[in-house]
Design a protein around this ligand. Structure first.
Ligand SMILES: [Zn+2]
Ligand SMILES: [Zn+2]
Length: 399
């Protein structure tokens, strides 16, 4: 087994390397599914570690397998992609291009490389399989679904999945603390794209037109009744219309079409199915009642992440053992954000957790959240992520 791994000690020993890897990756952020520089960097480090990897066609994801292939299989995932944000941190290792690792996926990759480095040393002791999964396209358009189709959860079949995200969610936590939900963790994210077709004409003769802007207002209002009148008050469900487009700035032209774009967030599948069905019905009947036509699409859906209690229990025990008391926080509420790791978690029991590591931006001394051009993170505690992956895996494989 892997009893000989001293998770914290061994992860801490390579902390400088993890920091270096993270900062190197931070300089070369890439977006989407095709991340040639990032992929090349990961391969170079794995080559240095003398670790073999498997590549896939059509994207930059890769996997690394350790173990003897017997017993259980644990999959540990890190996302690889950045955001189209121009960095404004002023850090010496700031992005060298127009993108930015503003969600901390550079840290996630470095943590997983650290995990590879320690597992390599103990390769012969692993009874089971540990598969490290580097996945592109988390922010957009969703690489997890593609890699599931590539078969990363099979041969051998995955028994457990682990993943983390850097976080600055609570001021009272210390850097290097971890936090986790017992069950509901992130929401299903369905992106709504609605186009309403009317009939354009002169603003003074609405009777000769079918006004798509007027129809859009009715649709937007009616949709909110799903949340306020139809979903159980004990369920979390969010419907936000974020963009309404119609007309071109004129005050006397009724346009032909109007566009309505939004997002729908749900924690459980039953509520999600119900809300999506009701959106379709309400759109159809409202638009038809007003003599219009429409096209409605839900794009890039991300399933919710629901943690498995038994796996979380192992994680919490592991945290107490290696980090000490009060360093692992149980979260009361899920995030209604989307995370494409939901594609793994809807198939395989697992634990998705957060690593607390905020850092003030050197430009103004303030802490900024993810997806901000001044987002910074404290990479001196990333080794804790590696240690938690190792220790939790140790426990899961000894079942
Ligand atoms: Zn993000
Ligand atoms: Zn992220």
């Amino acid at each position: 087994m892997m009893e000989n791994i001293c998770s914290v000690k061994e992860a801490q020993k390579i902390s400088d390397k993890i920091v270096q890897w993270r900062r190197d990756l931070h300089k070369i952020p890439e977006i989407g599914m095709d991340l040639p520089k990032t992929e090349a960097y990961i391969k170079r480090i794995l080559d240095q570690l003398d670790v073999k990897y498997k590549v896939y066609s059509g994207h930059s994801g890769l996997t690394v397998d350790f173990g003897n292939g017997k017993g259980k299989t644990v999959v540990i995932r890190a996302d690889m992609d950045a955001l189209p944000i121009v960095e404004e941190t002023g850090l010496p290792y700031a992005s060298e291009n127009q993108n930015m690792h503003a969600c901390g996926h550079d840290a996630h990759m470095a943590i997983l490389l650290g995990t590879a480095a320690v597992l390599k040393i103990h390769e012969q002791e692993i009874n089971g399989t540990v598969r490290l999964l580097f996945q592109p396209g988390e922010e957009f358009p969703g690489g997890a679904q593609v890699m599931v189709q590539d078969g990363v959860l099979e041969s051998p079949h995955a028994d457990y999945v682990l993943a983390l995200h850097v976080s600055n969610r609570n001021d009272s936590y210390k850097n290097g603390d971890v936090a986790v939900n017992w069950e509901h963790t992130t929401a299903a994210d369905d992106q709504l794209y609605l186009t309403i077709y009317g009939k354009g004409g002169h603003g003074s003769r609405p009777d000769q037109c079918i006004d798509p802007v007027a129809i859009a207002t009715l649709v937007i209002n009616n949709l909110q009744y799903i949340i306020s009148r139809e979903v159980s008050p004990y369920k979390s469900s969010v419907l936000t219309i974020a963009t309404v487009k119609g007309g071109n700035g004129a005050n006397n032209i009724i346009p032909d079409t109007a566009e309505v774009i939004g997002t729908v967030r749900n924690l459980d599948k039953e509520t999600r199915d119900f809300v999506l069905k009701r959106i379709e019905e309400i759109v159809e009947h409202t638009v038809k009642a007003m003599r219009g036509d429409y096209s409605l699409e839900f794009k890039y859906p991300y399933p919710a992440i629901t943690n498995n209690k038994d796996v979380v229990k192992e994680f919490v025990d592991a945290a107490e053992k290696i980090l000490g008391e009060n360093r692992c926080h149980i979260l009361q509420f899920p995030e209604l954000g989307g995370e494409d790791a939901g594609y793994y978690f809807e198939r395989i029991p697992g634990c998705y957790f957060y690593l607390q590591c905020p850092q003030a931006c050197p430009m103004d001394g303030k802490i900024y959240g993810a997806h901000n051009s001044k987002f910074c993170l404290d990479d001196s505690v990333l080794y804790v992520g590696t240690a938690m992956f190792l220790e939790t895996t140790k426990k899961l494989l000894s079942f």
